[in-house]
Design a protein around this ligand. Sequence first.
Ligand SMILES: [Zn+2]
Length: 240
Amino acid sequence: MVKDDLIIELQPNIFRLKGEDTSSHSYMIRGDYKNVLIDSGVDKNFSKLQKSLLTLGLKIRDIDIVINTHEHFDHIGANRYFQDYSLIAAHRFAATKITVEDRYVTMYKSGDLNEPSLKVHLWLENRFRFDLGNYILEVVHTPGHTSGSICIYEFTRKILFTGDTLFAGGTLSYIGESGSVGDYINSINLLETRKINELYPGHGRISNTPEEDMQKAILNARALLRDEEGVEITDFREVP
Ligand SMILES: [Zn+2]
């Protein structure tokens, strides 16, 4: 069991690599056939991410697939270091925004004039599966935070990687430019029909109370619609 500040082994061969400041966490899944990284974090966090991967004995070229949970800069920012070696995968509604470099919706800013354009090799649809042998990952399209938001469900452990769709405690992320509160509530209602043991969100702590979190998230979303004060919203948009 590997455990330090930056790396936690959540399940056998599934690791959370902590994102610092505004960066999303990355989740590393060491598969029998292929290695998958869920979200690459902000560009600025890349050296820390690389160090964490090296601690696990993995070089950048050992990552076969990078799955982005959605198109925001704090989840896709380090894709450019992987895209020559790994297949980059995102829902097609996120892929359209990433590949045309729509910086209004992705909020992506690297500040590097020589940067290569971002690529998405696999344009995902709802229920697309990645069979890694030891783990099977299923894409669940969960629009709301953005139109291209997905969660990743793992069948054997019944765990859900949620990006910015669901956080511990049911705190809402803000509803992005392409997002919708109605879509959000519908997405959470769909997730509620699945057996889920643990949530692995893009920011903050993991949760082992998914049912309560989902109920709270729906209450928060309805309160947001009614424009009530005091709705807990976490906003990761501030670029450092
Ligand atoms: Zn986001």
